[in-house]
Design a protein. Structure first.
Ligand code: ZN
Length: 169
């Protein structure tokens, strides 16, 4: 089970070393104990927010503590973050960073593939415009096709191309 660390709303002093006011403490025998006296001072704080980072840091850390704060309106303790070993946090961060890099690379590949599709779409559309409107100058047909490919292929693009074409005649 996780150790629970409390972020007190009011300053508390450690029951053992009298240090304070404390920003975080645990409760032992119903008295506040500072993180130094609780042997938790070496842990690093990870605020909540990234589920993946939190899960990885917790898995990598042999000791972790949940940090909670009392919400008076809701009358319950709410999780604020996690205390984990520094090395575990560093490992979790680099794992998440590697994931983010992989995602970015995939997005880049997708964008490159879409750009390739746009080029093909533009060429096909240019040919189609020239077939339907033989008197349209090829450069103009190319412009229209490029414009509509840039706005995204599909019906909207084709409709826009048709509109431009009508305006051009
Ligand atoms: Zn203390």
């Amino acid at each position: 089970m996780d150790v629970v660390v409390i972020e007190p709303r009011k300053g508390r002093h450690c029951a053992e070393c009298r240090q304070g006011p404390l920003t975080m403490h645990i409760r032992e025998f119903n008295a506040p104990l500072c993180l130094v006296c609780a042997d938790l001072a070496h842990l690093a704080y990870l605020p909540r927010g990234s589920a993946a980072l939190t899960r990885r840091a917790r898995e990598a850390s042999s000791l972790s503590a949940v940090v909670v704060r009392f919400n008076r309106r809701r009358r319950r303790y709410e999780r604020q973050g996690l205390l984990v070993e520094e090395a575990a946090l560093a490992r979790a961060e680099s794992a998440c960073l590697a994931d983010a890099e992989a995602r970015a690379r995939r997005r880049e590949r997708d964008a490159a593939r879409r750009a390739g599709e746009d080029v093909r779409f533009t060429a096909e559309l240019t040919a189609e415009i020239l077939r339907l409107f033989p008197r349209c100058p090829p450069a103009r047909a190319q412009d229209i096709a490029t414009h509509s490919a840039a706005r995204g292929s599909g019906r909207v693009g084709r409709t826009a191309a048709g509109r431009s074409l009508r305006q051009a005649r």
